[in-house]
Design a protein around this ligand. Structure first.
Ligand code: IMP
Length: 166
């Protein structure tokens, strides 16, 4: 185990307090990046005090545990985000390719602002310079599963964050 569910819950609450303080009573469109962010999104949103709308967007860049280097959209937003404060909710920023792609794509739709909250950050793996505004935990270059993150669609349901054994 790398990070226990108790530590995760504590940190997610802290992130929510920080985010709530910054947005105040401004409505925020939370855009969860499927599928890895679904548990983080569900936990985070329950601690936010600003008014929220929930959207999901789907991307794909991985097969197995190695990045293909290509980002594909698998599901688009249901509604426009023009004039809205958008908060992208990511499971992990790894190479940064997904976040970079999404930030640019969503910026073209005329939102008032775009920020990103990432549950995890693996800065040593970056292939493109991009940074989340809020980060839960910075981790080393290990392939992790649990709390929504998978290996070949497995282990998303683990409550703790675990390192995949080689
Ligand atoms: P990117 O390399 O920053 O574009 O990350 C793309 C996606 O790869 C992330 O949103 C995750 O879903 C997945 N990913 C990256 N690192 C890991 C990991 O350690 N475990 C599980 N999924 C990962």
């Amino acid at each position: 185990m790398l990070i226990s569910s108790a530590d995760i819950n504590r940190r997610v609450k802290e992130l929510a307090v920080q985010i709530s303080a910054e947005y105040g009573q401004r409505p925020v469109v939370l855009v969860g990046v499927l599928k890895g962010s679904f548990i983080f999104m569900a936990d985070l949103v329950r601690h936010l005090t600003c008014p929220v709308r929930i959207e999901f967007i789907g991307t794909k860049s991985y097969s197995g545990s190695s990045s293909s280097g290509e980002v594909q959209l698998t599901k688009d937003l249901d509604k426009p985000i023009q004039g809205e404060d958008v908060l992208l909710v990511e499971d992990i920023v790894d190479t940064g390719l997904t976040l970079n792609y999404l930030q640019h794509m969503l910026a073209q739709r005329g939102p008032l602002s775009i920020r990103t909250v990432a549950f995890l950050d693996k800065p040593s793996r970056r292939r493109i310079e991009v940074q989340a505004d809020y980060v839960g935990f910075v981790i080393e270059d290990r392939f992790v599963v649990g709390y929504g993150l998978d290996f070949d669609q497995k282990y998303r349901n683990l409550s703790d964050l675990c390192v995949l054994a080689a």
